[in-house]
Design a protein around this ligand. Structure first.
Ligand code: NAD
Length: 451
């Protein structure tokens, strides 16, 4: 399918013509357009499968009550449709308990609407006391990922929240996110919430970033600009940093949401000092740091010139470590701060022609995992977001076959948008994501590459 047909498929009249001709048309994904809404599930029919864990049951009930959802009993006998399913598997301690998954989902698996949201909660396998418990908890991930592959063609998603002991209340933020159309392109993923680290006293669900200051590197365009815009829409004041050569684009971007431009090359020796001083003097510190600036310089290793290797290392990895070093050492990042790094599927699965890029992006996974523990005492979280095939300038330049393969090789059968990535970054920046640290969350429509 050419780009012309991809665009045509988004128009209802053309879709019908294309379908009648047998041309595959991926489901149009439901995407939230504005900022977070309190009652984002107003009137939607949700079925809950509660398990043995009273604390998890309470959190599910409380969370859904705030969304305006119509929580109904499942009835496999009628042909009613359900917009969302939530299943609590946290009480499972043995393999035989897994049967409850079949018993809950099988009878109503055909009764989901298009763009339905399915969320499963399971115990954190690493925290299980018994071998049988750890096995059962980890098994739920296989169920989640497989069910996601079955219903992705309808635009529906299935995601998993691993809940560590005592962290049930911290699952509320992720539950809201996965149930909403802000998480449209996140599919077949597992996110862990832990009880370690401080949580903020207040967890607002609308305008959660009011009064916060954010720094987005590489914020002039692409994913960085989309992220800055989303953070601002949730109430943050956003400083966008980009190279001085792109100052005009940078000014234009920040002008759209009333942000601040910081023209600077993050690889300059004095960039960490300048960033720290700028944030401290102008805003008294920073609450959200999005390490987004990144480049590719692709060649197979045998053909890769030295400067390709050095440049990608300097921008994608060394500069991030240097900037973070000053911001964390000098406590420029405020308590309950959020640090989010842009990783990539290349850093998870590897990619031909990207030994340099894959090295840097895998390095960032090690970085967020180590910092998550080291900075937990101040309530600062570190997470990575790994985009899959996203429709940007970068992917538009790919040869047609590769581009089309990138779109098709996912459960949702299409590419994502910079805004989809921005949505996940924004969620991880909220107070409600305080239980999530050290995670790598993919925004890839459940890409089959690196799955
Ligand atoms: P993009 O090229 O559109 O934007 C990147 C921005 O970073 C540019 O504005 C650029 O000027 C800036 N930048 C580069 N070097 C810099 C430096 N030394 N100092 C300051 N700014 C600098 O890229 P994008 O597609 O929006 O990607 C953003 C991030 O997401 C990158 O880290 C990329 O590796 C990652 N990513 C993107 C995709 C995708 O499909 N687009 C997939 C996986 C990961």
């Amino acid at each position: 399918m050419s780009d012309y047909l991809v665009n045509a498929a988004s128009k209802p009249a053309m879709r019908k013509v294309m379908q009648s001709m047998g041309i595959p048309t991926p489901t149009q994904l439901a995407r939230a357009e504005g900022a977070y809404q309190e009652k984002f599930l107003d009137g939607q029919r949700v079925v809950v499968g509660a398990g043995k864990n009273a604390a998890a049951r309470h959190v599910i009930q409380q969370t859904l009550a705030g969304t305006g959802a119509d929580v109904v009993e499942a009835n496999a006998e009628d042909d009613n449709k359900y917009d969302a399913l939530v299943f609590d598997a946290t009480g499972m301690t043995a393999a035989r308990d897994l049967r409850a998954l079949y018993e809950f989902f099988h009878p109503i698996a055909r009764q989901l609407t298009r763009n339905a949201r399915v969320v499963v909660l399971a115990s954190d396998p690493d925290a299980m006391e018994t071998l049988a418990g750890a096995t059962a908890a980890r098994a739920v991930e296989g169920f989640t990922r497989s069910f996601a592959k079955e219903i992705g063609k309808f635009g529906s998603t299935v995601n998993l929240i691993y809940v560590a002991p005592g962290a049930e209340d911290r699952a509320a933020g992720p539950l809201r996110f996965f149930l909403s159309d802000h998480s449209t392109f996140v599919d077949g993923q597992a996110l862990t919430v832990k009880a370690t680290g401080q949580m903020p006293a207040e967890i607002p669900t609308t305008q959660p970033l009011a009064g916060k200051t954010a720094l987005v590197t590489g914020g002039a365009r692409g994913i960085g600009a989309a992220t800055a815009e989303r953070l601002a829409a949730e109430g943050a004041h956003v400083v966008c940093l980009d190279i001085p050569q792109d100052q005009d684009t940078l000014e234009q971007t920040v002008g759209e949401f009333g942000g601040t431009a910081l023209p600077l090359d993050i690889t300059d020796d004095n960039a960490p000092r300048q960033i720290a001083d700028f944030m401290k003097e102008k805003f008294g510190g920073v609450d959200i740091v999005v390490h987004n600036a990144g480049v590719t310089r692709d060649k197979t290793l045998a053909n890769m010139p030295e400067h390709y290797w050095d440049m990608v290392m300097a921008i994608n990895l060394e500069a991030i470590l240097a900037v973070d070093g000053v911001l964390t050492d000098e406590k420029i990042i405020n308590e309950h701060g959020r640090v989010i790094c842009l990783c990539s599927i290349g850093g998870i699965a590897g990619n031909r022609g990207q030994t340099n890029y894959g090295t840097t992006k895998a390095g960032l996974i090690g970085f967020v995992q180590r910092q998550a523990d080291a900075q937990a005492a101040r309530g600062v979280t570190f997470n990575a977001v790994a985009p899959g095939f996203i429709e940007t300038r970068m992917t538009a330049e790919m040869p047609f076959g590769v581009r089309e393969g990138g779109r098709r090789l996912s459960s949702l059968g299409q590419g994502g948008t910079p805004r989809d990535v921005a949505e996940t970054i924004t969620f991880l920046a909220t107070p409600g994501a305080g239980g999530c640290s050290g995670n790598v969350l993919r925004v890839c429509g459940q890409s089959l590459i690196g799955a």
